[in-house]
Write a protein that binds this ligand. Structure first.
Ligand code: SF4
Length: 117
């Protein structure tokens, strides 16, 4: 997988996991309710270490990369967040959605392993 393909795979899985999380019945902010400052710092380190990108902070009080329209970090630069999805909610999705998630995830993890060699 090329880096461009990896970036596209991250974009797709982030959209997929985001759509699954958006169906979460647990209020108050489904799309980003599982965000935490710790994950933001993990994203900062990974973006710099793996892609040579320095993330720009926002003015959000609690989450350094949260903007008015959601997270400001590209999906491939916040890999942990992009892959994260509630397993219970994913299990309630159509089989095709579940299979696509796991196909993408396996491809991404394989590509990341090769990139780190
Ligand atoms: S990097 Fe973005 S998606 Fe990840 S925890 Fe921070 S604000 Fe949320």
């Amino acid at each position: 997988m090329t880096d461009d393909e990896l970036v596209a795979a991250y974009a797709e899985i982030a959209a997929l996991s985001g759509a699954v999380c958006a169906q979460c019945a647990d209020p108050p902010h489904p799309p980003y309710r599982c965000c935490s400052q710790l994950y933001c710092w993990v994203a900062r380190e990974a973006a710099l270490e793996r892609w040579g990108v320095t993330l720009t902070r926002t003015h959000h009080e609690a989450l350094p990369y949260m903007g008015a329209q959601g997270c400001t970090v590209a999906p491939h630069l916040r890999s942990l967040c992009s892959l994260a999805v509630c397993k219970d909610e994913l299990a309630r999705q159509p089989t095709a959605v579940q299979e696509r998630y796991w196909t993408l995830r396996e491809a991404i993890e394989e590509a990341e392993e090769k990139r780190s060699v």
